[in-house]
Ligand binder design. Structure first.
Ligand SMILES: CC(C)(COP(=O)(O)OP(=O)(O)OC[C@H]1O[C@@H](n2cnc3c(N)ncnc32)[C@H](O)[C@@H]1OP(=O)(O)O)[C@@H](O)C(=O)NCCC(=O)NCCS
Length: 230
């Protein structure tokens, strides 16, 4: 059973003990301990978000750390780490679900969840894909910006609305320039990437394509996004 506990003056030293393999550190933070980065960024409120530093606990054992940034309808998962001794046992998946449930309970405005992942981190990306995350852009330092709906993350969605089956719209939705494509371009425009971030039109379109009808109900803007995540 996974629990998320705020990092406080009682447990911060324990949080610093959460460790990552040296070769994987670059995927999650620019330096160790990862919890120290989390606490520093929480203090300065990086990217103008409210950072929530969290310890991931399983059966009274500290198995990971993560920070969640809030401040609008998109919440951002930062520095997600399962300790090297506890990886590959399902804790990562359970923790992501727990983050989703926590957001649903505590932040009713949140509809989507975003995170950055480096393309080489295939294990993490496989996990995120299975939770509904789709690539929607690329940061200046070549990380993929990915997003999912909170409903997908928590598994609480019953079903999507039927998307209009308009042939011309389907054809133009694959047009990378978005010329003449109103629905997808308008949808993508609603996902405002940060200044300097590159939109990845093909992936954004496919993400948009599958979510078009749902988006009409839940359209919103993405708040300022970290350009340098690590
Ligand atoms: C990525 C990470 C958070 C996943 O947590 P985890 O507890 O190891 O993952 P889980 O055991 O819950 O596995 C979930 C999914 O991840 C993928 N995965 C995990 N380990 C994998 C591996 N060695 N190779 C390929 N895929 C892997 C699989 O898709 C797996 O799903 P499955 O169990 O249905 O096959 C963890 O490995 C980690 O902290 N890595 C180092 C830091 C990092 O990369 N953080 C992410 C930054 S974006």
């Amino acid at each position: 059973m996974i629990a998320l506990e705020p990092i406080t003056r009682e447990n911060w030293r324990a949080a610093l003990e959460v460790a990552v393999q040296p070769e994987r550190l670059q995927w999650v933070a620019s330096r160790e301990p990862v919890a120290l980065m989390i606490l520093a960024k929480s203090y300065v409120r990086m990217d103008s978000q409210v950072w929530h530093p969290l310890l991931i606990v399983s059966d009274d054992e500290n198995v990971g750390v993560v920070a969640v940034g809030t401040g609008g309808d998109v919440a951002w998962v930062h520095h997600f780490l399962i300790d090297e001794r506890h990886q590959g046992r399902g804790h990562g998946r359970s923790a992501m679900r727990a983050i989703g449930e926590w957001l649903r309970d505590e932040f009713p405005d949140v509809t989507r969840v975003g995170l950055n992942v480096v393309p080489e981190n295939t294990a993490a990306f496989a996990l995120y894909r299975s939770l509904g995350f789709e690539r929607v852009g690329t940061t200046l330092d070549r990380q993929w910006i990915t997003m999912t709906w909170l409903d997908d993350l928590t598994g609480s969605l019953i079903g999507y609305d039927e998307r209009p089956r308009d042939a011309s719209r389907r054809k133009s939705s694959t047009n990378r320039s978005c010329g003449g494509e109103v629905s997808v371009c308008a949808l993508f425009a609603s996902v405002s990437l940060p200044r300097g971030a590159q939109s990845d039109t093909s992936h954004a379109s496919s993400w948009a394509d599958g979510r078009a009808a749902t988006n009409r109900r839940r359209a919103g803007r993405m708040p300022g996004h970290p350009l340098e995540h690590r």
